[in-house]
Write a protein that binds this ligand. Structure first.
Ligand code: AMP
Length: 485
């Protein structure tokens, strides 16, 4: 069955589907809202940009797109205008729907994008008792469900299109694997531009459970929210758990009602998994692994607190049953299977670089270095390139460097993620005479081009840039420099 049909048939209408901004919405209300939005989208099967953020309009819009088999592109309301324009132009978006609260962003976009139609989501529908009429678009083979934009090393974001069939492979597997029911209360912490947010919505609603959107103010210290709303499923990046640990929110048996504690997006330290397991003793702590290109996640490992793990990170485990994961001679992890995307948006070169043949089979080359442990499980070791994770967000350091070099007109610039363990931040090294004015101008310009998690927290000026024996910038020395500051 198609995802749209599953979503429309699974849950009981009067059960709660969503809790957001202090209000519950039943499946009936969510569907009505989604239908009203779908109605606003017009008849052609064009891609829809959604400019909204974790509110009823956002969730109803995504629901509306999925049940009508339309492609949606989440547009980050926290992104600088230039980045949004780049994403809209690259994806050829002609229709954007937006929450009225983001009208100021639309006003700025309109000036640069005269050919795009912007349509405010009509919030009146939510209370209205509308008749549901759904016009489902025909689902073509390889039709796209969504396009996510990730950091790109050349200085602009790159689009990762995911088809409905990629997504159905994931959701069919994951709904069965977790076996959530209408009694489950599932956390929602991820930004809409991060594909883990798709897991939250889809797996919750396909299971008839209720999604609890943790408000921005509670995000740094979500423990209270988990307890107050008696959540049964937690899903975040390990960095969020690391902050919870630092704030003393992982006390023994703090969350006895959690049935699942899911982590994905960055390496999960064994010590942190242990702490979370202590705090949520009745939950299965699961480390999920996967790049956006292979649809949300494609391998898993269930943490066992009684086991002595050899490595400091929890293994990324075993591929889902319908996926294949192998390591090549260099140790690079290669992935194939139904969840792997068909290639980057309008970027043949990048596609050819990352989807390649290995032993007569086509694989997505992840850039992650892995090894098999004695039990045959995959362990994450490192990256082959300069991609890092900041609070779980994927960042190509080269993107920060490319933009900074151009702004400073100085080729000797290097960013690093610091410290070695999560949570990390970006530090930027510049070779030259320290100048506070230039530094401030640089940060202001970077803020107008890059999302906040890519902005350096520290800028360090060096008289000379340390080089290794290959003549490349020596990042180990840069790390050591920061340690000594
Ligand atoms: P994204 O496309 O934003 O989901 O980022 C994918 C990248 O995040 C992977 O290629 C890995 O480098 C990293 N990653 C995701 N999950 C894990 C995990 N469980 N352990 C280690 N690294 C991970």
């Amino acid at each position: 069955m198609k995802i749209s049909e599953q979503l429309l048939t699974t849950p009981k209408e009067q059960n709660n589907a969503l809790f957001v901004d202090g209000q519950h919405y039943t499946y009936e209300q969510l569907k009505k809202a989604a239908c009203a939005i779908a109605d606003q989208l017009g008849k052609d099967n064009a891609k829809i940009g959604i400019l909204s953020y974790r509110n009823i309009e956002y969730f109803a819009s995504v629901f509306g797109c999925i049940i009508t088999n339309r492609t949606f592109i989440p547009l980050g309301v926290k992104f600088p205008i230039k980045r949004l324009i780049s994403i809209i132009e690259q994806s050829g978006l002609k229709h954007i729907i937006y929450s009225p609260s983001y009208a100021d962003i639309v006003e700025q976009l309109i000036q640069y994008l005269p050919h795009v139609t912007f349509c405010a989501i009509d919030t009146a529908f939510i209370e209205a008792s509308l008749q549901m009429t759904i016009e489902v678009e025909k689902l073509e083979n390889n039709a796209l469900a969504y396009i996510m934009f990730t950091s790109g090393s050349t200085g602009s974001p790159k689009g990762v299109p995911i088809s409905f069939s990629n997504l159905a492979s994931y959701s069919n597997y994951m709904t069965k694997y977790l076996g959530l029911t209408y009694q489950d209360k599932v956390s929602q912490v991820f930004d809409p531009t991060f594909d883990l947010s798709i897991h939250d919505m889809l797996i919750t609603w396909l299971s008839g459970a209720c999604l609890y959107v943790i408000p921005e103010v509670a995000m740094l210290a979500p423990g209270k929210f988990i307890k107050k709303h008696e959540l049964t499923v937690w899903f975040s990046v390990p960095s969020t758990a690391a902050i919870m640990a630092k704030l003393g929110m992982l006390k023994q048996n703090a969350y006895p009602l959690l049935r699942f504690s899911l982590f994905c997006g960055e390496p999960l330290p064994v010590d942190l998994a242990k702490q979370f397991q202590l705090a949520a003793p009745n939950s299965k702590v699961i480390n999920l692994y996967g790049p956006t290109e292979a649809t949300i996640a494609c391998s898993q490992h269930v943490f066992d607190s009684t086991r002595a793990y050899a490595h400091s990170y929890v293994p990324i485990g075993e591929p889902f049953e319908h996926m294949t994961m192998v390591a090549d001679a260099q140790g690079e992890l290669l992935i194939s299977g139904e969840q792997v995307f068909c290639g980057y948006l309008n970027n043949k070169r990048k596609t050819q670089e990352s989807i390649k043949c290995h032993q007569e089979k086509t694989y997505y080359h992840t850039g992650d270095v892995v090894k098999h442990n004695d039990l045959g499980e995959l362990e994450y070791i490192s990256r082959l390139d300069d991609q890092v994770k900041i609070q779980g967000y994927r960042v190509e350091l080269a993107e920060i460097d490319t933009v900074s070099k151009a702004l400073l007109n100085n080729p000797l610039v290097q960013s690093i993620a610091y410290p070695k363990a999560i949570p990390q931040f970006i530090a930027l090294f510049i070779c030259g005479q320290a100048d506070k004015n230039i530094e401030q101008q640089l940060i202001t310009s970077l803020k107008s081009k890059l999302p906040s998690y890519m902005i350096p927290k520290k800028v360090i000026w060096l008289d000379t840039m340390p080089l290794n024996s290959n003549g490349k910038i020596d990042k180990l020395v840069l790390h050591a420099t920061l340690e000594n500051i």
